[in-house]
Design a protein around this ligand. Structure first.
Ligand SMILES: C[S@@+](CC[C@H](N)C(=O)[O-])C[C@H]1O[C@@H](n2cnc3c(N)ncnc32)[C@H](O)[C@@H]1O
Length: 384
């Protein structure tokens, strides 16, 4: 099997494979995405946007951040009025969503703004440098690791963070679960399925996941640790997780026999994780049932699970579109089309989900959850 991409990074990976007698797929993905200054996210390369490899909602239009700010203001008014509140974004990338949220809070909700402390937690120092320029007008503090965050009261949110965490690849064969390793044989890299680790088997058992025979799919143990840590850091408030993915019941349906792991490179996707190493993004769908289950272990209660379309419409997107329609000029017409992209079924509107959890909050009702999508396997989280 041939590995292509950044030469220096590939040499480091090969060296590690030789030294350890093989590395798990998760460790390979960790090297490919996060190896200091050589990984996809840690190196100086445009990733998000037209010159990058993929778009995020905030790249298209500020409305996503504006309506999130509206939702956050409701939380401030109901649960934190006249008190200091901390908003934390984890994995803020270029900082566009943070910019849209802070800009909206500052202009529309000045009293809320005066009480907000904003913290951006970003593992990539390349992205922190970009954020420092973009967010220079706001009161923001930066951290590289959630571990260094003090306990807070307020809101912790992320957008497309959990899908970017390195995952294990597992396979079921003759009823037994195996996990993928990369090994070296006569100077060549090869895939090697070994019996799955105790942690992986425990995860499958705790979540009641029984994948079909022959299926290859992902197990995201870092997501389990991360959501638990988020719950530990939050003393009172809400957690918003925005990402693509499903509850377990949908995620392991037989029509996903090859799992959900995909690579993004210059706005095209492929399934060859071993090409363009360090130059392409590798992502997998989020198991939202796992976030609910493990969140509970650190006191996070389930508030609701919805998709981007319902969330944005509940918060007033239709009114914004109506106002633009009434204006009737070309610029407004163009913007309406962009806004439609955010809510199209089968597109971003359904693909992106929003899981909301809360801790030590009474009456956690939120406008963004007032009308929910149909409660089928794609939206119904087991055990809530
Ligand atoms: C796909 S980008 C998300 C972009 C951004 N949230 C947006 O809306 O445009 C994922 C980001 O998460 C960061 N990241 C990954 N793991 C992290 C972790 N454990 N803590 C903080 N940031 C992390 C990556 O460096 C990257 O900047």
């Amino acid at each position: 099997m041939k590995i292509t991409g950044k030469k220096e990074l590939i040499e480091i990976i090969l060296e590690e494979i030789k030294k350890r007698g093989g590395i798990s797929f998760k460790d390979f993905m960790d090297f490919a995405l996060y190896y200091p200054s050589l990984g996809y996210y840690t190196s100086e390369k445009e990733k998000i946007g037209g010159y990058g490899d993929f778009f995020t909602s905030s790249e298209l239009d500020p409305v996503f951040g504006q309506l999130l700010a509206k939702q956050f203001n409701e939380i401030y008014e109901k649960h934190f009025k006249d008190k200091k509140i901390t908003i934390v974004e984890i994995g803020s990338g270029k900082g566009l969503l943070a910019y849209d949220i802070l800009n909206e809070i500052k202009t529309k909700y000045p009293e809320f703004y005066d009480n907000v402390q904003f913290i951006s937690i970003e593992k990539s120092t390349y992205h922190i440098d970009i954020q420092k320029q973009l967010l220079a007008d706001f009161n923001v503090r930066w951290l590289e690791d959630l571990e260094n965050l003090e306990n807070i009261e307020g809101i912790i949110y992320s957008n497309e963070l959990f899908d970017a965490l390195p995952v294990h690849l597992i396979k079921k064969e003759k009823g037994k679960i195996y996990q993928l390793y990369l090994i070296e044989k006569s100077g060549e890299i090869q895939e090697d399925f070994r019996p799955a680790s105790k942690e992986i088997l425990e995860y499958l058992e705790e979540l009641n996941i029984d994948i079909p025979e022959g299926m290859i799919t992902e197990v995201n143990l870092l997501a389990k640790d991360l959501i638990q840590k988020i719950g530990e850091k939050l003393k009172k408030g809400f957690v918003f997780t925005i990402d693509y993915g499903y509850p377990s019941k949908e995620l392991y349906k037989p029509y996903r026999m090859k799992g959900t792991l995909l690579c993004y490179y210059k706005h095209t996707y492929n399934e060859n994780y071993y090409q363009n190493v360090g130059l392409q993004d590798i992502t997998s769908h989020v198991n939202f049932s796992a976030l609910v289950y493990y969140g509970k272990k650190s006191g996070l209660e389930f508030t609701g699970f919805t998709d981007q379309a319902h969330f944005l419409i509940n918060l007033g997107l239709s009114d914004i579109m109506m106002e633009l329609q009434e204006k009737g000029d070309y610029k407004s017409y163009e913007r309406i089309n962009r806004l439609k992209t955010l809510i199209l079924p089968k597109g971003m509107g359904e693909k992106f989900k929003i899981l909301i959890q809360h801790k030590n909050v009474e009456n956690p009702d939120l406008t963004g959850l007032s009308i929910l999508p149909p409660q089928n396997d794609r939206y119904k989280i087991e055990g809530v």
